[in-house]
Write a protein that binds this ligand. Structure first.
Ligand SMILES: Cc1ncc(COP(=O)(O)O)c(C=O)c1O
Length: 368
């Protein structure tokens, strides 16, 4: 039995040992801003901005999957902000991927720079070039979104730790099923639960995971003081979504592999990026370090018109931003200003039956 099989089985029976006859198997949503707090304020729950039983349940589940302790936030960006703002001080330098999720860079440039924190940028593929001397945080995105490039995580970790830097990995696109970055030496994992962890595109969530209690204490305190908190309902929704992550993920990755192979052999597609394709620049590292190749595929069509025709023509492709849902989705990333070709489309493959999805994509490709 693999390690994550046991973790998932445990997750499905989380809390069972505390059940008394007649208790609900589905955990309760506790919509309370206040808790019974007579006399001493020492209690598991004190106030709605400090904690909620539903947060704890989700954090225990995520912590078990990541192999550390987890703290939830109301979105992936809130988790990213919690790490940056709790770990950096004036005069610090942070290295971010120039080809990663653009809002993380924008946050650092707009709101950290005025406090004297310098953000430096490097492409993921050449992330270790130039070394990590003098950096406080080395921030990887594995793989980079949307280009799906990779860097060698243990090599970055060893070199960055030798310089005294903290290593953070955003593993949103892989989820802890695809990559447990803490096991590869990263100090901190951040991820948007908004995507595959919840998986149904109906809630936003994020988490930070780490093994160092000082880091966990700092991000928890950031949450408490900044008020960057999730609602009890969203925490319940995302924990429920998590219960099916393992089965969803398997189908999503299988669909991505099938779609990538189809696109790679089609004359209407100029280039395909999928770490699972043997010729992909990310393939060797991904095969060595990840547990799965993921559910995202990058495809470059001749231009904007062909890409839009592909997206709008496909009945099983939601035209939306974001990714990781049960429904396949896609968009042209150039529309957000990412440094990609106008005909580059980022696809996130969902759980549609593979044969139906492939037949539909074949039909649409024949119209291009
Ligand atoms: C890699 C990555 N990290 C973080 C985020 C932010 O997540 P959220 O939209 O939940 O704030 C995103 C959003 O697309 C993302 O792609």
């Amino acid at each position: 039995m693999t390690d994550h099989a046991e973790r998932f089985a445990l997750l499905l029976h989380q809390g069972a040992d505390a059940l008394r006859p007649g208790d609900a198997i589905s955990p309760a949503i506790v919509p309370s801003s206040i808790f019974h707090l007579p006399g001493s304020p020492e209690a598991p729950f004190q106030y709605g901005r400090y904690g909620n039983p539903g947060w704890t349940r989700l954090e225990e589940a995520l912590g078990s999957l990541e192999g550390g302790e987890a703290v939830i936030f109301p979105s992936g960006m809130a988790a990213i902000a919690a790490v940056l703002f709790s770990q950096l001080k004036a005069g610090d330098r942070v290295l971010l991927p120039s080809d990663g999720y653009f809002v993380a860079r924008a946050l650092a440039e707009r709101f950290l720079a005025p406090f004297g924190v310098t953000a430096e940028l490097r492409p993921t593929r050449a992330f270790a070039d130039g070394g990590f001397g003098g950096l406080r945080i080395v921030w990887m995105e594995v793989p980079s979104n949307p280009g799906l490039d990779v860097c060698d995580i243990p090599a970055v970790v060893t070199a960055a730790h030798a310089e005294g830097a903290l290593v953070v990995a955003d593993t949103t696109t892989l989820t802890p099923l695809g990559l447990r970055a803490l096991d590869h030496g990263a100090d901190v994992v951040v991820a948007a639960g908004t995507k595959a962890i919840n998986g149904h595109s109906d809630a936003l969530m994020g988490h930070v995971a780490a093994r160092d209690p000082a880091i966990i204490e700092a991000v928890r305190t950031w949450r408490k003081y900044s008020g960057s908190i999730s609602g009890p309902f969203e925490a319940w929704q995302v924990r429920r979504g998590l219960e099916t992550l393992e089965v969803r993920y398997e189908r999503m990755c299988r669909n991505a592999a099938a779609v990538a192979a189809l696109l790679a052999g089609d004359r209407a597609v100029q280039a395909v990026r999928y770490p699972g394709l043997p010729g992909d620049p990310a393939h060797n590292l991904a095969r060595a370090q990840w547990n799965a190749f993921g559910f995202m595929v990058g495809a470059t069509f001749e231009g904007e018109a062909a890409a839009e025709k592909f997206l709008s023509g496909c009945r099983f492709m939601a035209e939306s931003t974001s990714f990781g849902g049960v429904h396949s989705s896609g968009e042209r990333r150039a529309r957000w200003g990412d440094a990609v070709a106008p005909g580059f489309v980022r696809l996130s493959l969902g759980i549609e039956p593979t044969a139906a999805l492939i037949a539909e994509i074949e039909r649409v490709l024949a119209t291009l």
